[in-house]
Structures are given as structure tokens and as C-alpha cells.
Design a protein around this ligand. Structure first.
Ligand code: AMP
Length: 290
């Protein structure tokens, strides 16, 4: 099927929403914020009052088509435009011209979380707990809307102007149940055993990824990483070969162990993550220091 057909009816339909029809001349274009797979992201300001600052993401239609991700892109937009949560980048609207699709995104003022992690090597327990707390809250909201994220990793997380975590990428998310086949590209590090083994999966994949994320925040690298061999990473994930350095607090160790369970149903539910002593203790400390 011609891929343009995938995109056009959807975009035409969405011209009704939001009520205002936008185009590129409505914005003053500022500095580039980054480069994605299908185009650049710019800081922009609306010309009309009140002058909102936004991140404008451009996606080249030709590249979306060449990569055969029309459906995925459409799903990403559909999902993100319906989400409203302080720890999820808001999609305010979108428009297109002949060559490009433009996404009007909430501006995440402090940029990529990944850069911070690379800069500092690892995060303190308090900072990691704050992020995991925010992440668990955002995932709990997503799951209540029957959305599975499926691609949680530091590269997909941004930071708001007050340093709050924001999930910024919905490229792999699906409406539950998410048992469709995925092309596994990129890193295996965040995939749960059921996905590396090609089995059916559900929203519990995000609980596993939360455990991996927590480990990476505290140590600076994911728990099953093996830079020499993908097969070895695969084996370590399937065997849940989890090793903790001595520096890990017992509470952090406890939470990670409860998330990284081979059997999806045995993973600690998000409501319990939010009540876990490691999260609560660090939440209290953060409150005291404000
Ligand atoms: P992406 O195409 O989503 O991978 O975005 C490419 C880069 O643009 C990211 O790595 C960020 O540095 C930047 N970026 C994307 N979205 C935003 C946003 N909402 N606010 C600030 N920077 C962003």
C-alpha cells in the first residue's frame, strides 16, 4: 500500500484538532535542540500572544516512508496527543506541508537526561529515586490508559525546566495488549526475557525496563550489558543474571530485584513501587531539603 495513504487521511482529519490550524509561518524559529532520526528539533516561539515557547519536531515524510514506519509514526502521534501528565512531554498539535510533518511539543528546558548521566557517570540514590518515582507515576498513568511504552531507556527521557523527568518518545508504544511482533533494532539492554525470547508480552515489560533504568542510574551502565557479545547480553537477560556492586544500598537492591523478575506477573506493581521504602525515604529527604 502506498505509504502516503497511511499519513494523509490521518493528518487531514486532525486539521480539526486542535481548533486552530497551524503552519510554519506562525512561529519564530530559534536554535536547533537536537537531531532525531527523521529530522531536526527546533526551539520555537509562537508569533501570536501569548508567545509560547515550544519544541518543534520536523519529520521528513520521505524518510518515514523509506524506513516503512508510517503506521508507527501515526500511532506515536495518536498516543502522545491524548496524554496529559507532568512527566510526559505534551504534544500540543501538529501540521504538515508537502515534505514534512511538524510536531508542536512541550519544551523540555533542561534537555536530555542521557547527557546528564554521561556527564556525571551515575546519579546519587536520591536523584535516582526521584526519577524512578516520577517514572513510576508516569507509567502508572500510561498503563491506566492501556498504553505500554516498551522503549524506556535514558535516551528517550528529557528534563523539564525544574529538572523533572519527562518521557519524550513514544516511537515503540502501543495500546495494550501489545503482542504484535517488533523488529528488534538497537540495544537489547532494556528488553525483558519474554521479548528477547520472542514470547507474548504485556504492560509488565515496562516494569522490567524500570528496574534496568534504576540500575543504570545508580551504576552508569545497564545490568546485563556485555559490550563484546549480543548473545551474552541475551543469555544474561534470560537467566536474570543480576549482580550488584557493594555500593548498592539494601533498599535499592530490594526494589531492583523485585522489578527484575523473569515471570512478568511477579514483578512489583507500580502502586507498590510508589510505596517502596527506597522511594518513600528519598522522597521525604527531597521534601526536607526544599
Ligand atoms: P528525537 O527526534 O525525539 O530523538 O529528538 C532529537 C533531540 O531533540 C533529542 O535528543 C533532544 O535533544 C531534542 N528534543 C526532542 N524533543 C524535545 C523537547 N520536547 N524539548 C527539548 N528538546 C527536545
Amino acid at each position: 500500500m502506498n505509504s502516503f495513504c497511511e499519513l494523509i487521511p490521518f493528518l487531514t482529519l486532525c486539521r480539526e484538532y486542535p481548533t486552530r490550524e497551524w503552519n510554519l509561518t506562525d512561529f519564530e524559529i530559534g536554535r536547533p535542540l537536537g537531531k532525531g532520526k527523521f529530522g531536526r528539533v527546533y526551539m520555537v516561539r509562537t508569533k501570536c500572544e501569548p508567545k509560547y515557547i515550544l519544541a518543534l519536531k520536523t519529520l521528513y515524510k520521505s524518510e518515514i516512508i523509506a524506513s516503512r514506519v508510517e503506521k508507527q509514526t501515526r500511532r506515536e502521534i495518536e498516543i502522545q496527543q491524548n496524554l496529559r501528565h507532568p512527566n510526559i512531554v505534551r504534544l500540543y498539535g501538529y501540521f504538515h506541508d508537502e515534505k514534512r510533518i511538524f510536531l508542536m511539543l512541550e519544551f523540555a528546558g533542561k534537555g536530555e537526561l542521557y547527557k546528564q548521566l554521561s556527564k556525571y557517570g551515575r546519579f546519587s540514590e536520591r536523584r535516582s529515586a526521584r526519577y524512578i518515582d516520577q517514572m513510576a507515576d508516569a507509567l502508572s498513568y500510561l498503563h491506566s490508559k492501556h498504553v505500554i511504552h516498551r522503549d524506556i531507556k535514558p535516551e528517550n527521557l528529557l528534563l523539564g525546566i525544574t529538572g523533572e523527568l519527562k518521557i519524550g518518545d513514544f516511537g515503540w508504544s502501543v495500546h495494550a495488549p501489545g503482542n504484535r511482533r517488533m523488529t528488534l533494532c538497537g540495544t537489547l539492554d532494556y528488553l525483558p526475557p519474554e521479548m528477547v525470547e520472542g514470547k507474548e508480552h504485556n504492560e509488565k515489560v515496562d516494569l522490567w525496563a524500570l528496574g534496568v533504568l534504576m540500575y543504570e542510574f545508580l551504576i552508569g551502565k545497564p545490568p546485563f550489558e556485555d559490550r563484546m557479545s549480543v548473545q551474552n547480553t541475551y543469555r544474561r537477560i534470560a537467566a536474570v543474571d543480576l549482580r550488584f556492586p557493594a555500593s548498592f544500598s539494601l533498599e535499592a537492591r530490594d526494589l531492583i530485584s523485585k522489578l527484575l523478575k523473569y515471570i512478568p506477573d511477579e514483578r512489583l506493581p507500580l502502586s507498590e513501587v510508589l510505596k517502596h521504602p527506597w522511594i518513600v525515604k528519598n522522597r521525604e529527604k527531597t521534601k526536607e531539603s526544599v
